[in-house]
Design a binder for this molecule. Structure first.
Ligand SMILES: CC(=O)N[C@H]1[C@@H](OP(=O)(O)OP(=O)(O)OC[C@H]2O[C@@H](n3ccc(=O)[nH]c3=O)[C@H](O)[C@@H]2O)O[C@H](CO)[C@@H](O)[C@@H]1O
Ligand SMILES: C=C(OP(=O)(O)O)C(=O)O
Length: 439
């Protein structure tokens, strides 16, 4: 997965068949960090074989975690002999700065060893992505931190984590994960109010409880944690990736393809399916599979009073921000108009210029809002050369390219590889023609 690879994409793709979603990226990043909480063996299955997860596992190995790769999607971890000196190395800084998921080693390291180091995290460049929520949350648990400005590094330590009532300043996914993992081994009881409750967090809490933690309130914004002295080994299986599932629904709609998404854990998809149905996309639930029939036209519904639909992202169980880019690209070929309001991130819509170059009718109202006037397939998007700015914009551009007339070239596809496992191979198995060109 070199940094300078690109996709050569043949347009007019007509796909068909079944696809199994990968394991959930943002769950895997949380539960892999959680293995640091115990010296015993933890096995995790349905781990997506994606760039960010591979990076995080390499980072844990640098810390001394014994990792056994049982298969591409199954690992065992044993954090028995941890070398905290690794936190002082350039290699650690480089690896931790290459992904966002590395922020979640803070909580476990503080719980187990009383100290942690956090370089400026990486991840999608889609906004400021400040760390205040994490640091303020950890401070409630008796953690002190110092910011070394010249190195952009936070040094954290505690003389012993103490339970507390924590009102999180924001509903932060990774922030809640960090505080929850620290609280699981703090002395006393912790209440985390205004907690994020994405399926990723529900799964993390489930895994922590299977390790001996005592967490209640799973799935709500109020978690109560009775701290314990020690956590133990366990086995855990990641959910299917709900963002991949939404991406495949968008792909099917845009390319007029009949695709079945297998074993989608429909019970854990919240508002995702209803939102796509509001775009007029037909979905047939067959047991735990989602069948998207081939559909020539899909019409965006108006609100009950007849006003134009607007869709916005919000913390779970609201519509996930990571699917807003996919919704936007799907809207370009719909019948009707929609206001796409990406509330959480201030720099996640700037890829629309590429869609406009392809012929989409989009008005970028401001960094958070875009109005899309659907082409109703009266004119196809046309293939162009473009660059992927982040994971979800990248896959949205790939979906647009597959539906377009003519070929497209997408550069910087390591962005897509960060969040989607072998996406070219898996879509080619459905009939796409995507060539990976390693420069
Ligand atoms: C590795 C990982 O898990 N990454 C996910 C995680 O990132 P991450 O944990 O970084 O995202 P946060 O949940 O902390 O928040 C992201 C941004 O949204 C803003 N914010 C947050 C809550 C809120 O109610 N209002 C608001 O505006 C925050 O100020 C921040 O700028 O959650 C994001 C939001 O689901 C997802 O896009 C990322 O894929
Ligand atoms: C924003 C995302 O990832 P990260 O937080 O890892 O950058 C994403 O998965 O869409």
């Amino acid at each position: 997965m070199s940094k300078s690879a690109s996709f050569l994409v043949e347009g007019n793709a007509q796909l068909s068949g079944s696809i199994r979603p990968q394991g959930a990226k943002n769950e895997a990043l949380q539960v892999i960090c959680a293995v640091l909480l115990t010296a015993e063996k933890v096995s995790i299955s349905n781990v997506p074989n994606i760039r960010d997860v591979v990076r995080l596992i390499e980072l844990l190995q640098g810390l001394g975690v014994a990792v056994e790769k049982v298969s591409d999607n199954r690992y065992t971890f044993k954090a028995e002999n941890i070398d905290l000196d690794y936190l002082q190395t350039q290699e650690f800084v480089q690896k931790a700065s290459s992904i966002r998921g590395s922020v979640m080693i803070m909580g476990p390291l503080l719980a187990r060893f009383g100290k942690a180091v956090l370089p400026k995290p990486g991840g999608d460049k889609i906004g400021r992505r400040r760390m205040d929520t994490h640091l303020n949350g950890l401070q409630y648990l008796n953690v002190d931190y110092r910011y070394v400005r010249e190195e952009h590094i936070f040094l954290l330590e505690t003389e012993g984590l103490k339970g507390n009532f924590i009102l999180m300043e924001e509903i932060s996914v990774t922030g809640t994960a960090n505080v929850l993992m620290a609280a699981s081994m703090a002395k006393g009881v912790t209440t985390i109010y205004n907690a994020a409750c994405e399926p990723y967090l529900q799964q993390l809490a489930k895994m922590l409880n299977s390790m001996g933690a005592r967490i209640t309130g799973l799935g709500s914004n109020r978690l109560v944690v009775e701290g314990v002295d020690q956590l133990y080994g366990t086995g855990h299986r990641c959910l299917p990736d709900m963002i991949e599932i939404g991406s495949f629904i968008g792909l099917a709609a845009m390319t007029k393809s009949a695709i079945t998404i297998e074993q989608a854990r429909v019970d854990m998809l919240g508002n995702i399916l209803p939102t796509f149905e509001r775009f007029g996309i037909q979905l047939e639930i067959q047991g735990d599979d989602i069948h998207v029939p081939a559909q020539d036209i899909y019409e965006i519904q108006n609100f009950i009073d007849g006003s134009v639909l607007n869709v916005y992202d919000s913390p779970w169980p609201g519509f996930p921000p990571d699917l807003m880019s996919i919704l936007l690209v799907v809207a370009t070929q719909a019948r009707g108009s929609v206001l796409i309001h990406q509330k959480m991130f201030e720099s996640r819509l700037f890829f629309v210029d590429k869609l406009i170059d392809m012929g989409a009718q989009i008005i970028l109202c401001d960094p958070h809002r875009a109005t899309v006037i659907g082409l109703e397939r009266k004119s196809q998007l046309k293939g162009i050369e473009m660059t992927s700015p982040d994971i979800r914009a990248g896959v949205s551009l790939l979906i647009a390219a597959l539906s377009a007339k003519g070929n497209s070239r997408i550069h910087q596809i390591h962005q897509i590889d960060r969040g989607y496992e072998r996406i070219d191979e898996r879509l080619n198995a459905l009939g796409a023609n995507i060539q990976r060109i390693e420069q």
